[in-house]
Design a protein. Structure first.
Length: 655
């Protein structure tokens, strides 16, 4: 199975997004579906860079076409999103990974539409016309000789060649292209796709097992025939029953997800087991996964470990990571942190980004090895250089804090920028902060605003709040109370308690929105219920004076009390007043005195005056004019005029 296999079954989502490409520049949607397992390889091959490592491919593309660093990062990001191990990273799901990968793929396709490489495409087509014609002659000869193995092989070669040519021909419609199009496949552009399918099907019907698998792929991809998952399933089944391991894996996937057949996790497990028995490490990994989660088989963490270990010993890096994880936690095997470290190290040394992350964590936390911040940094950096966005953020953070490496704000900025350009919202927020404050880069409030906006659009609540600050204070953007209100509302609706409180203020005072006291009350209440002290005080005031809600002294007292118990001195002073005068609660002068005293201890001026009165009049405490004088004097020294008059009167009184 290819690492791109998980894209199968998601073509509908890709098709919907590719429809947007069609609108973008009138390009045929089908050309940009790129649904096969070799999606990324097709893109790179078309640009003439087959056979290099991914980084070399990207550099080669750059040198030939002068593409932007942003597109380099996009291609690298797509590769990482398509890597199988993203399915098993903590906190991520396959669906999220697939959707992200598809979105990136569409962006790459958009760029390919814009890239002006007509001459290159023309040359590629011209060079391969003769090759294609020769292959067609070979195929006809194989049919005459009834050599179905050769038919399947040559059909596959023609399929790959004609597919790459049809992509290029359909994307660019210059006069030269049209002429080449006619020479290559005649007036019917679909011929290049239909013929290979027909050849595969003839060979498949005569029992050629490789052709049966290819027919299934064609039905799955809609290549040369209308897409039909039910027929794809049927042909995969025929090939699987003849021990074609890739077909067995496909069949398992179809049963588990219900593609072209009713869902049946048990049958899915059985077919994965058959493929696993033939030594397919991805199938072994999936058998382990089934045992781990009880999918189609009774949950058995020990058997999960055993199958993971079989795959790991054959070099499956995802399995190596999971074996390490099981050793680390002691699941299905005796806990052994040293072995966990060793398996993480094997996966890391084979380039698995998750393994590199976990190995770095081992060095950071001393799991199975001595703490070594420098080595932790080095492994995070190796993964980051592969384009892994989590590790890019981590490297930036380590440069920022000087852990395992000398502090370097400029390098921290560079790594945050690389992660931000891959769409990581927390990195985008950090990058904005660096621009805002001139950390590691020249100060630029406009760029700060732009990155805050990108992060905010990606759902980063901190960025949403920073964006409101920009709109409120003319930072990098013209002051706009309405926009500030909109972003506060977005953050508030995501549950940010401070945004909820401020949104209530906007409604209360009509900032950027029509004044609405009822909505102000509602948002104060939502923030107050999450424990926001200021919102609790504001809510108490709403109940006290009937702002946006009917007056309710009892509820007002209750909310002041909740804020007071969290240490808010104004709320403490307020409930002391409630106890003293019986507002929403039975009069209790002793408690009133106690709460005045607590508020005073936090420096509340109003409470100091009331505490002095308590001592002066014996409210909730034994009368003590000396202490009353001391509190009046303290307030007078703080500049309180009324207290100064009180002190003067006391001093002038006859003894």
């Amino acid at each position: 199975m290819s690492r791109f296999d998980f894209l199968r079954g998601r073509e509908d989502a890709l098709y919907d997004m590719c429809k947007q490409v069609e609108k973008y520049q009138g390009v045929d949607t089908d050309i940009f579906m790129l649904k096969s397992r070799r999606a990324l390889e097709q893109i790179v091959t078309k640009l003439g860079c087959q056979g290099h490592t991914l980084r070399e491919k990207v550099d080669d593309i750059n040198s030939k076409l002068n593409i932007s660093s942003d597109m380099k990062n996009r291609i690298i990001k797509f590769k990482n999103l398509c890597n199988e191990n993203i399915h098993y990273e903590e906190g991520k799901t396959a669906t999220v990974a697939v959707d992200s990968a598809l979105a990136e793929l569409v962006d790459i396709c958009k760029w390919l539409v814009d890239a002006k490489i007509e001459k290159k495409v023309e040359n590629v087509i011209e060079a391969n016309v003769k090759v294609l014609q020769e292959k067609q002659r070979e195929l006809e000869k194989a049919f005459k000789n009834n050599d179905m193995t050769a038919v399947a092989r040559i059909s596959d070669e023609i399929k790959d060649l004609s597919a790459s040519q049809s992509i290029d021909i359909k994307r660019i419609k210059t006069p030269n292209d049209l002429a080449l199009e006619k020479r290559l496949i005649g007036n019917d552009i679909e011929t290049a796709e239909q013929k290979p399918f027909e050849w595969y099907k003839k060979a498949a019907e005569q029992g050629n097992v490789d052709a049966q698998y290819k027919v299934a792929l064609c039905y799955e991809d809609g290549y040369g025939v209308e897409r039909n998952l039910q027929k794809a399933f049927e042909w995969y089944k025929r090939a699987a029953e003849q021990d074609i391991v890739d077909a067995q894996c496909k069949l398992a996937l179809y049963y588990i997800h219900g593609f072209g057949v009713e869902k049946d996790a048990q049958k899915g497990f059985e077919w994965y087991t058959k493929a696993a028995a033939q030594g397919n490490t991805n199938a072994q990994f999936m058998v382990a996964d089934s045992y781990k989660h009880g999918l189609g088989v009774e949950e058995d963490i020990q058997k999960a470990f055993e199958w993971d270990k079989r795959a790991a010993e054959q070099g499956n890096t995802n399995a190596q990571c999971r074996v390490a994880h099981l050793y680390e936690l002691g699941l299905g095997v005796e806990k052994d942190e040293q072995k966990a470290f060793e398996w993480y190290k094997r996966a890391a040394e084979h380039g698995n980004a998750h393994g590199q992350w976990m190995l770095a964590c081992c060095y950071e936390d001393g799991i199975g090895v001595e703490n070594d911040a420098q080595k932790a940094f080095e492994w995070h950096k190796r993964a980051a250089e592969q384009g892994d966005v989590d590790n890019q953020c981590k490297v930036a953070c380590l440069y920022e804090e000087g852990i395992g490496i000398k502090k370097d704000a400029q390098k921290a900025f560079e790594w945050y920028k690389r992660a931000a350009e891959q769409g990581r919202d927390d990195a985008q927020c950090k990058l904005a902060l660096y621009y805002e404050n001139g950390i590691g880069v020249e100060k630029d409030t406009q760029k700060a605003f732009e990155w805050y906006r990108k992060a905010a659009k990606n759902g980063n609540i901190d960025a949403e709040l920073k964006l409101t600050y920009c709109y409120e204070n003319d930072k990098g953007i013209k002051e706009d109370a309405q926009k500030a209100f909109e972003w506060y509302k977005r953050a508030a609706e995501q549950g940010n308690v401070e945004a909820q409180r401020i949104l209530a203020l906007y409604y209360e005072h009509g900032f950027g929105v029509e004044r609405d006291l009822q909505k102000a009350f509602e948002w104060y209440k939502r923030a107050a219920e999450q424990g926001n002290i200021n919102a609790q005080c504001n809510l108490a005031l709403c109940y006290e004076v009937g702002r946006g809600i009917k007056k309710d002294a009892k509820k007002s007292f209750e909310w002041y009390k909740r804020a007071a118990e969290q240490g808010d001195d104004n709320a403490q002073s307020r409930i002391a007043l409630c106890y003293e005068h019986g507002f929403g609660v039975q009069i209790d002068e002793q408690r009133a005195f106690k709460w005045y005293k607590r508020a005073v201890e936090q420096g509340n001026i109003d409470a100091q005056w009331n505490l002095a009165l308590c001592y002066e009049d014996g409210i909730g405490v034994e009368k003590d004019t000396q202490k009353a004088f001391e509190w009046y004097k303290r307030m007078a020294e703080q500049g309180d005029i009324d207290a100064q008059l009180r002190v003067d009167i006391t001093i002038d009184m006859p003894i």
